[in-house]
Ligand binder design. Structure first.
Ligand code: GDD
Ligand code: MN
Length: 396
């Protein structure tokens, strides 16, 4: 599209007058009304980066003409820290576009982004930079791998966040499925992987744009705990959710995902389906035992039967289907977490099964062939269960 932005491959052009060493790492800090956070952040960042890329980094504050004059704080900081550069944008707005504009003037061959509000712990940068230096094209700060998490999020907020991820997996599996935390706004990447590609500055989730349009062979992740804000306010509104769906659809029709085809894990899927079949027999047997045998009410019996089947399936999938992954994530805590996720996905799958069954039954088969309809529904739900569990419960 006409309003995309293309980074050049080499170093960005800038009026920057520094005469020290070559810049290796450029970190963009997008800001909007962050005057109470910037100083602390810059102090922490410099002390951390001085240990790993001393004299070879720059911090680029991209401020959208904040009413609280964050840019002014930035300029003052630049007096003390020569590695700080400030871009005050008037007329252009938005988180993603701020990041892309910052990268445009960046000189480093490794690019990064971090929130200004201290919700992204700066020390994780050490891991992220190390991973890129060790061969990754992209290293993403993730709340969903070991060492990651969210500090004080309510169940509702966690659910919304995961719901957005599931939606993304359905609409854009080849992009969203490549990382455990596609909503992350904390990452480091090789400039070469996104140079010469057009990045669209609309949309709030810059990482989606980067993965969707860039050229990445190796993607790595490092855990981080998303901190609570202590100063300033979040800029997220309901509009961002609508924006997110637009972004997914835009990338779907115009991204480069068409070119990427990853091998489908056929063996694991076959095992998963087989385990699922064993679950059907267990479900039947327990239902018979409880309802016919012990005389328990049908609904109660069925719920218990389903849970026993889910437990059975989990054990087999953990020990057999995804054995290589579970072996790397030992311990009862990790196992319990996998089980809870598996359980949740399977229950959602059950609801989906009933919905799809009704849909096919009523719309396509015209009230006949109920069992064929159910077979199709089961097939679809098996794929759903497999894919989501692969991406959420047993991900490498
Ligand atoms: N220049 C500019 N322009 N900066 C902005 C804008 C804008 O329009 N909107 C937000 N920012 C800056 C904020 O000042 C902050 O530094 C950062 O972008 C994140 O904005 P928040 O409003 O604090 O977002 P959040 O806390 O809900 O979510 C952030 O963290 C998530 C988890 O990693 C975002 O970065 C998400 O993208 C990220 O996934
Ligand atoms: Mn924030």
């Amino acid at each position: 599209s006409a309003d995309g932005i293309v980074l050049d491959v080499g170093q960005g052009t800038t009026s920057h007058n520094r005469t020290t060493q070559k810049v290796l790492f450029s970190l963009v800090i997008p800001t909007f009304n962050e005057r109470d956070n910037l100083q602390t952040l810059v102090a922490q960042l410099t002390s951390i980066l001085d240990t790993t890329v001393p004299g070879q980094y720059e911090l680029i504050v991209v401020d959208d003409d904040s009413p609280d004059e964050t840019w002014q704080i930035g300029l003052e900081l630049a007096q003390t820290y020569p590695q700080v550069r400030v871009m005050r944008r008037v007329g252009e707005k938005g988180l993603s576009s701020a990041v892309i504009r910052g990268w445009q003037v960046a000189q480093g061959e490794i690019l990064g982004v971090i929130d200004a509000d201290l919700q992204h712990p700066p020390q994780v940068l050490l891991d992220l930079i190390a991973k890129v230096r060790n061969g990754a094209d992209l290293a993403v700060g993730s709340r969903h791998v070991e060492g990651g998490g969210v500090s004080e999020w309510s169940i509702v907020r966690r659910f919304l966040s995961r719901g957005a991820q599931v939606l993304g997996l359905l609409i854009l599996p080849n992009v969203v499925g490549r990382v455990s935390d596609p909503m992350s706004g904390y990452f480091v990447c090789r400039r070469a992987a996104i140079a010469d590609t057009e990045l669209n500055p609309r949309g709030y989730k810059i990482l989606l744009e980067v993965i969707g349009r860039g050229n990445f062979e190796v993607i790595d992740e490092a855990g981080y705990v998303f901190q609570e804000r202590t100063a300033g306010a979040s800029k997220v509104t309901w509009k961002q959710y609508v924006d997110y769906i637009h972004h997914l659809l835009r990338l779907r029709s115009r991204g480069r995902i068409g070119k990427i085809r990853r091998n489908f894990p056929t063996k694991a899927f076959f095992r998963f389906a087989l385990v699922g079949l064993s679950g059907v027999f267990i479900d039947m047997a327990v239902l018979y035992l409880l309802h016919t045998g012990l005389g328990l009410p049908l609904t109660r019996s069925k719920i218990l039967a389903a849970e026993v089947a889910i437990l059975n399936n989990f054990v087999w999938n953990d020990l057999w289907t995804f054995a290589t992954i579970s072996r790397g994530q030992k311990g009862w805590g990790a196992r319990l977490k996998r089980f809870l996720k598996f359980n949740m996905i399977c229950l959602a799958g059950l609801v989906l099964n009933v919905l799809v069954l009704n849909l096919i039954y009523n719309l396509i088969f015209g009230q006949r062939w109920a069992y064929v309809a159910n077979l199709i529904a089961i097939g679809l739900v098996t794929v759903w269960n497999f894919w989501l569990n692969l991406k959420l419960s047993w991900r490498v």
